[in-house]
Design a protein around this ligand. Structure first.
Ligand code: HEM
Length: 230
């Protein structure tokens, strides 16, 4: 195993994780009131609704697929008699449409942000960076999947998945990444860039009751309470 491989797949992931967790703790300590998605609903509502719904619901299915393919060990599917071919087809049938919906959603949100003057004016550098990184991660994920449609003998459940799980128990195995096709590597490194930016942008809102976020109003409006003079 070369030292570059060790650096890329054994050392950098921990640097990224340290910035991610350390950054979140720092942000929580320093800026609890800024811990928000910075709602722009008041500025424009219609396009926000459709873009945001598509992006978030698409993403939930994408991340569910990532859990099934990367966290659940391949041995589990083997024990159930699920073949590689069958698993791959299911992953494509559900994963690709979910990824495409999330992609269309985020592109609509980006378009809204660029085309509505008032929103553009209230967009910070951090907002642009997070928007760009989310688009990059989804686009590279879709590319990786599209380049691997006939799977050509490459199964991420016996390579990327054990490499990723190993990181969480400090069992680094960079050799598992040696023959991974380049698009998957680019996808993973794009996610690393996203994790580094995460704590310092509006992306932190993902850690605030993500489920309630999907059904509640974008901004909580409070009724004015009239105090009767007694
Ligand atoms: C270290 C973290 C991650 C790893 C190791 C990883 C790995 C992968 C792999 C192996 C695939 C191919 C799935 C298939 O072909 O069935 C994929 C696809 C994809 N990934 Fe990731 N990914 C990570 C994080 C993310 C994140 C954070 C996002 C979104 C914000 C994302 C978005 C996508 C999308 C949209 C696809 C296209 C296929 C689909 O919709 O499921 N990934 N990723």
């Amino acid at each position: 195993m070369g030292s570059l491989a060790l650096l890329l797949w054994g050392v950098f992931p921990y640097i990224v994780l340290t910035i991610f967790i350390g950054g979140l703790i720092y942000r929580y300590q320093k800026d609890q009131f800024g811990w928000t998605t910075k709602s722009s609903e008041l500025l424009e509502k219609k396009r926000l609704r459709i873009g945001s719904l598509m992006f978030h619901w698409g993403l939930i299915f994408v991340l569910g697929g990532h859990f099934a393919g990367l966290i659940v060990p391949v041995q589990f599917y083997n024990a159930l008699g699920v073949s590689e071919h069958f698993y791959h087809n299911i992953a494509l049938i559900f994963g690709l449409p979910a990824g495409i919906v999330a992609f269309i959603g985020i592109v609509l949100l980006a378009y809204r942000r660029i085309s509505v003057k008032r929103i553009k004016a209230t967009t910070s550098m951090g907002d642009w960076i997070s928007l760009f990184l989310v688009i990059l991660v989804i686009a590279t994920g879709l590319l990786a999947t599209s380049m691997n449609i006939d799977s050509h003998g490459f199964d991420y459940r016996t390579t990327i998945a054990p490499w990723l799980r190993g990181l969480f128990v400090f069992h680094i195995q960079p050799e598992l990444m040696a023959d991974v096709p380049i698009w998957f590597k680019i996808h993973i490194y794009s996610t690393f860039a996203l994790y580094v930016a995460w704590p310092f942008t509006r992306l932190v809102h993902a850690f605030s009751f993500p489920i309630r976020y999907l059904s509640r109003n974008y901004v909580i409006y409070k009724r004015r309470i009239r105090h009767r003079a007694s």
